[in-house]
Ligand binder design. Structure first.
Ligand code: FMN
Length: 318
């Protein structure tokens, strides 16, 4: 898939996930075949007005390129100014605009999915941004109640000059419940001439193949299935390439987790994330995982977490 100026090696993308898709995690996903990884959403106000540079901590590194950064905001000028700062400092391949976040802390400020209620504003923000920026722009939307209203937003985005759209097949009201409806992504793909990426409930090779075939989309974006499981990109790719169903056992998860912990240290990120939550995600689905997670809960330092992880496959968790 070509997105902006970049020819991506495949069609699987890592979704932006707040408090999850930090640089270390993105590098793990990339290693396992994610063609493009999106940063956690960043506040355009914080980039422009914030005096706390932590918002830009561990933004990217050379091995990650090409990388994509996601911004949220409500003002065309502030979003554009923030994007120019990021363009100048980090040269991302893509700047993505969040038009889907349903969290009240975001929507009460008129950002994220709240913007879908103001199509004119969406046009304003995206056209100002695309005109003011050298970096190609994409947008990530949720679906609206009616296909026609969703299609209107998609046309506005294309007219504004975005080079791709990601469609999460849930409404703002649904949050993360219910199942994603990919018929909207299919419709948008049929109507638009820019790349369309389908998102929602893609968790394995079978669901990936089904959504790709049904929607005809150019790519798939994977969110929750990757949390604690960057290897999912490898398994899905193998299934799509040759139908092989790979497993991910305890040793694989342990080795991934140790590598992830090393990367967090390397980029000085360990103390800026909820380390225990990240470690717990990596043990999901393993035999005795509930017991394992509760034991991790008792670990009181990074060293004891590392020690736990080193031994987790040798212990009996029943
Ligand atoms: C913990 C979490 C954080 C998220 N953060 C963001 C974000 O920063 N920006 C965004 O556009 N979507 C965000 N999302 C939505 C995901 O990118 C994705 O659209 C959604 O989870 C559906 O895909 P999935 O079924 O593959 O998880 C987040 C979702 C979760 C669960």
């Amino acid at each position: 898939m070509r997105l902006g100026r970049v020819d991506l090696p495949g069609d699987l993308l890592l979704a932006p996930l707040a408090e999850v898709t930090n640089l270390a995690f993105r590098l793990m996903c990339k290693k396992y075949g994610a063609s493009l990884c999106f940063s956690e959403m960043i506040s355009s106000e914080a980039v422009v007005h914030g005096n706390d540079s932590s918002v830009l901590r561990g933004m990217t590194c050379d091995e990650e390129r090409p990388f994509a950064v996601q911004l949220f905001g409500n003002s065309p000028d502030v979003v554009t100014e923030a994007a120019l700062v990021l363009e100048d400092l980090f040269h991302p391949a893509i700047i993505d605009i969040n038009l889907g976040c349903p969290a009240p802390v975001i929507t009460n400020a008129g950002c994220g999915s709240a913007l879908l209620d103001s199509p004119e504003r969406v046009s304003d923000i995206l056209s100002t941004l695309c005109e003011g920026l050298d970096t190609p722009v994409t947008a990530k939307i949720r679906v609206l109640e009616s296909p026609a209203a969703t299609l209107d937003i998609a046309h506005r985005l294309e007219d504004a000059g975005v080079c791709g759209i990601t469609v999460h097949g849930r409404t703002r009201e649904q949050g993360y419940s219910g199942t994603a409806d990919h018929s909207y992504a299919k419709l948008i793909k049929e109507e638009l001439s820019i790349p369309v990426i389908s998102n929602g409930d893609i968790r394995d090779g079978v669901s990936a193949e089904k959504v790709l075939e049904y929607t005809g989309c150019d790519g798939l974006m994977i969110g929750r299935a990757a949390m604690g499981d960057p290897h999912v990109f490898h398994r899905i790719s193998r299934y799509l390439d040759d139908g092989e169903v790979l497993e991910c056992g305890c040793e694989q998860k342990r080795d991934d987790l140790l590598e992830y912990l090393d990367l967090l240290e390397k980029f000085d990120l360990s103390s800026h994330i909820n380390l225990k939550a990240h470690v717990q995600w990596f043990t999901r689905g393993l035999k005795g995982s509930r017991r394992m997670r509760s034991e991790i809960g008792y670990a009181d330092s990074r060293d004891s977490i590392v020690e736990f992880v080193q031994n987790m496959c040798e212990k009996e968790f029943v």
